[in-house]
Design a protein around this ligand. Structure first.
Ligand code: F6P
Length: 325
């Protein structure tokens, strides 16, 4: 390979910038030309690219978001869109790509590189959802969880002052990873997860037990992918049964995606960016780099996508209930 393109795609995640920095500097150090592609696959189709040098990524380790910008690009799902992207890459002389994103990004990358195998592709798992097979942690998950913990700690203060019950919705799409971890960190009285169905009757019983045990406030974390009908609906159903509690609902929303990456995400982004370039130089393609048992592991995109099932830690699920009695 001689010319490397780098892009971020799908939802942004803190840690993407440290990763871009590592890709750019490792690429240049290794003798490659490096091109930044703006707005993910959209930039490939619109030929929105620029040459990068080591200074293009100065002072970005601490920045949230992504300096390359990102997008969810529908035209890239069509043959026509892919062909335009390919022609633009050929014109630029780019023969390898590092794509940083989640499963939608990887699905696009795999389809594209099967169609045009002369463009080598390496994925880096970047999503706050922590829902990719092949990496114990994805970029942004740690920072997002810390953001959620900080927010819920603040809500606990006011919940306690008023003796209130709060329902707090957190992000994660179909994954309860943020909800579970934040729940353990904040001592949530209940955590509703897509991975583990909780009947509302059981939740009510649990909250009543808390009242009986003289809890002054209660926090229920609801993962956005939970299947009980949404946080407002759940709150209303509980309110109908437990009249004594003053109930409030907070949806944390997109603040969970922003902020300066944590030390963990800066190191992870740097490691994965470095590893992605090394893997391409070693001849790998149609793969992703990930972290397993604190070592870099390379997984095929095919496997990453078909095995796509992130298992939550069983001990966290069990202890969450026990530690909040
Ligand atoms: O995948 C990251 C994520 O933040 C999910 O947790 C959430 O469901 C989704 O993206 C929101 O997407 P958008 O920013 O496009 O509304």
């Amino acid at each position: 390979i001689s010319k490397l393109g780098v892009l971020t795609s799908g939802g942004d995640a803190p840690g993407m910038n440290p990763c871009i920095r590592a890709v750019v500097r490792t690429g240049i150090y290794s003798g490659l030309n490096v091109v930044g592609i703006r707005k993910g696959y959209q930039g490939l189709i619109e030929n929105d690219m620029y040459d990068m040098n080591p200074r293009s990524v100065s002072n970005i380790l601490n920045l949230g978001g992504t300096i390359l910008k990102t997008a969810r690009c529908l035209p890239f799902r069509t043959d026509e869109g892919m062909e335009t992207a390919y022609q633009n890459l050929k014109e630029q002389g780019i023969d390898a790509l590092v794509v940083i994103g989640g499963d939608g990004t990887f699905t696009g990358a795999l389809r594209f590189s099967k169609k045009y195998p002369d463009i080598k592709v390496m994925g880096v798992p970047g999503t706050i959802d922590n829902d990719l097979y092949g990496s114990t942690y994805t970029l942004g998950f740690d920072t997002a969880t810390n953001t959620v913990v900080e927010a819920i700690d603040k809500i606990r203060d006011t919940a306690d002052a008023h003796d209130r019950l709060f329902f707090i919705e957190v992000m994660g799409r179909d994954s309860g990873a943020i909800a579970l971890r934040a729940g353990v960190c904040c001592g949530a009285e209940a955590i509703l997860l897509p991975e583990k169905a909780t009947a509302i009757d059981d939740l009510i019983e649990n909250l009543r037990a808390g009242q009986h045990n003289k809890k002054s406030s209660s926090i229920v974390i609801v993962a956005e992918g939970d299947k009980n009908g949404g946080v407002y609906d759940i709150a209303r159903r509980v309110q109908n049964e437990i009249k004594v509690y003053d109930i409030k609902v907070t949806i944390l929303g997109h603040l969970q995606r922003g902020g300066s990456p944590s030390a963990f995400d800066r190191v992870l982004g740097s490691r994965l960016g470095y590893a992605a370039v090394k893997a391409l130089l070693n001849g790998h393609t149609q793969k992703m780099v990930g972290l397993q048992a604190n070592n870099i592991k390379i997984t095929s995109l095919e496997e990453a996508l078909t095995q796509h099932e992130f298992k939550l830690e069983q001990d966290l699920m069990e202890m969450a209930d026990i530690l909040s009695i």
